[in-house]
Design a protein. Structure first.
Ligand code: KG4
Ligand code: ZN
Length: 348
């Protein structure tokens, strides 16, 4: 029987300290410690607070992952770590921990790209990744359309946000509506009792003149401003703000654009598999709309379960295991943390 690589993966690019253990496509442990509550009162992630929290959570999270999976550190075939993109100080903590483990255990280290890891994680749930596939990655930090031909060597960016990330827009609009941070799940929840066509909010970069230059790019900052203006006008007039309708109409505007552009990108490349990842992939309307429109085009949609969509160590281990399985070279031990690592670079 083929040996399936046993890999421990470390993720610290934002506010989640994730340590996952994977054997081939099988998830053995996914330990996550989040500092999200420490950032809540600031309405966004504070880099220094996140770095400090990673430092404190790292060793206990590694121990938890080993306990859950029942593995001994010396049994792993490799250590994988997110070395970018992300918050510089936060990435450094994970990269330093991974180097210490690799050196101490005498195992190879694989620096992996965070965005490619969001794609690779789906293998843990749905089996081997269809390649090529089109990935729509939407989270608090990124909104990208990627063409994935080989997840271990590089992914082609087809489009990205030119301003706010999709999750950031959810968080900002939630704040405007008096909902807690992170706002995405709250918007999702209150939108269920709202009317998604009550307010006609703008669809960013969807006008004909924008499509020439930005066919596969996103913009959410105009939408956020439109929601703010709409809410302010209501408040000025002394009228109550219909929170459910605003949330539902805003969510519809975001999901409409995300799904339309993702399916356009897939169709234009003749790709039949769309993968959605990142924290916003947990959105119920995004999933439903993608399924509905994709099925009409004969495109299959894969969305990992919410726990695997948000940042975690299992996704890093999944990509690391794939690199080992495909015989990719390990990274040097002086592998740098690169906060702006381009998505085209998967191999460190
Ligand atoms: O992937 P993730 O955990 O971390 C980043 O890399 O940013 O994504 C977090 C983002 C937050 O902006 C959060 O509001 C959003 O994902 N999010 C959602 C939902 N659940 C999480 N957005 C919309 N609907 C949801 N159900
Ligand atoms: Zn992420």
């Amino acid at each position: 029987m083929k040996h399936e690589p046993l890999v421990l993966g470390i993720e610290t690019s934002c506010d989640e300290t994730g340590v996952g253990v994977v054997r081939g496509h099988t998830l053995l442990a996914d330990a996550v410690a989040s500092s999200v509550e420490e950032h809540a009162r600031f309405g966004g992630v504070v880099p220094e607070v996140a770095s400090r929290a990673h430092l404190e959570a790292m060793v206990p999270t590694i121990e938890r992952a080993c306990e859950t999976s029942g593995i001994k550190l010396r049994d792993v075939d490799a250590i994988a770590v997110t070395n970018g993109p992300g918050l510089a100080g936060a990435l450094l903590v994970g990269v330093a921990a991974a180097k210490a483990l690799a050196l101490g255990l005498g195992k190879p280290i694989y620096g992996v790209n965070h965005l490619a890891a969001h794609v690779a994680v789906d293998q843990l749930e749905h089996g081997a990744l269809p390649e090529p596939c089109l990935a729509l990655l939407v989270s608090g930090g990124h909104s990208s359309l990627l063409k994935v031909t080989d997840v271990t060597t590089g992914v082609d960016p087809m489009g990205a946000t030119i301003d706010d990330a999709a999750g950031e827009a959810f968080d900002k609009v939630a704040r405007l509506l008096g909902l807690p941070f992170p706002g995405g799940p709250h918007i999702d929840r209150v939108a269920r009792d709202g009317d998604s066509v009550a307010i006609d909010f703008p669809r960013g970069l969807s006008a004909r003149r924008d499509l020439e230059r930005h066919r596969f790019d996103f913009s959410f900052s105009g939408l956020k401003t439109a929601v703010a203006r709409w809410v302010e006008a209501r408040e000025r007039a002394g009228e109550p703000v219909p929170v459910n309708d605003v949330a539902a109409s805003f969510q519809e505007a975001v999901c409409d654009v995300l799904v339309r552009k993702a399916l356009d990108a897939a169709s234009s490349e003749g790709i039949e598999d769309l993968l959605i990842g990142g924290g916003v992939a947990a959105n119920s309307r995004l999933r439903a709309l993608a399924e509905e429109r994709a099925s009409k085009l004969g495109i299959r949609v894969r969305v990992p379960r919410p726990g695997l969509c948000t940042d975690n160590g299992a996704m890093v281990a999944a990509l690391g295991a794939e690199m080992v399985a495909r015989g990719r070279p390990a990274s040097p031990l002086d592998l740098p943390a690169d906060s702006s690592l381009p998505v085209t670079s998967v191999l460190a």
